[in-house]
Design a protein. Structure first.
Length: 281
């Protein structure tokens, strides 16, 4: 199994939200399971991110396989939200696998240490870390995660369908998560509803199928703004197509012009040669 396989486990969707504690722990739990299934033992991790200076220490994973121990560099995230999610997953993996002493995970932003992550200092000063730890010690929740592993997802799910499943919290997808899915996949609420109905048909009583999706209600002003944006995007797309077509026409005209100029030049040269020849005679 290549390093790329492990790196891909940490390429999270843009819909991931570090404040969704259950979502963070699910990803940590499933990544540990995937590593073990692939023949790796998780040894620890390191990462250091601050909002001002970004990555002070690149995210790195330490694993052991039959080939020995190896460190794997993970892909650096580019936004504070994505960076916090990645660091939170690494911290939870270390906690779940009793490797906290081998973890050096740090994250800090404008909210300060109460919303940050510092594995070397413990959760005493961070309410965010306390929330993670409390949920990881929730036996009912962890048993639910065990059940998810025993009931794997169907193959060939679409990206939107996977986002719907991952966004579910206690069987419910909130309005905020709906907006996140729409933004991440550039899709409409109708698209999400169609994907959800298809999930209901193919997954039926699967324990990871959300029971309900909350679609946000919008007022007339918001509706007009959304429709205006969609019309503008459609107009821009049409204009881009028109520009591409015009550019193609220009290139065609240039080619024809060059061809005509070449013919004229040949005719002129032929006439010049004729005059020279006639004088000689």
């Amino acid at each position: 199994m290549s390093n790329e396989y492990i790196q891909n486990l940490f390429l999270f969707s843009a819909t991931r939200n570090p404040e969704n504690i259950e979502q963070v722990i699910k990803n940590a739990f499933f990544n540990l399971h995937e590593l073990k299934k692939a023949g790796y033992n998780f040894n620890g991790a390191s990462a250091n991110y601050t909002r001002k200076k970004k990555w002070l220490k690149n995210p790195k994973l330490s694993v052991t396989s039959i080939d020995g121990r190896v460190s794997i560099n993970l892909t650096k995230t580019t936004t504070p939200t994505a960076s916090k999610f990645l660091n939170a997953v690494l911290y939870c993996m270390a906690y779940l696998d009793s490797k906290i002493k081998s973890a050096d995970i740090f994250y800090n932003d404008q909210h300060g240490e109460t919303r940050g992550i510092a594995s070397r200092h413990g959760p005493e000063k961070s309410k965010y870390m306390q929330s993670l730890v409390a949920k990881m010690n929730d036996e009912e929740f962890m048993l639910e995660l065990d059940g998810m592993i025993e009931s794997p997802l169907p193959e060939n799910l679409s990206e939107i369908q996977r986002s719907i499943i991952n966004a579910a919290k206690q069987g419910f997808v909130s309005g905020d998560e709906v907006y996140n899915i729409m933004n991440a996949h550039k899709c409409s609420a109708t698209d999400i509803m169609h994907e959800f109905r298809y999930l209901q048909m193919i997954m039926e009583d699967h324990n990871r199928l959300p029971n309900e999706i909350e679609f946000p209600e919008i007022n007339l002003i918001q509706h007009e703004e959304i429709m205006g944006t969609q019309i503008m995007q459609h107009t821009i797309a049409n204009l881009r197509d028109e520009v591409s077509s015009l550019k193609l026409n220009v290139e065609t005209v240039k080619h024809k012009l060059a061809d005509s100029e070449n013919k004229v030049s040949k005719l002129k040269n032929r006439g010049l040669f004729s005059r020279i020849f006639n004088r000689s005679v």
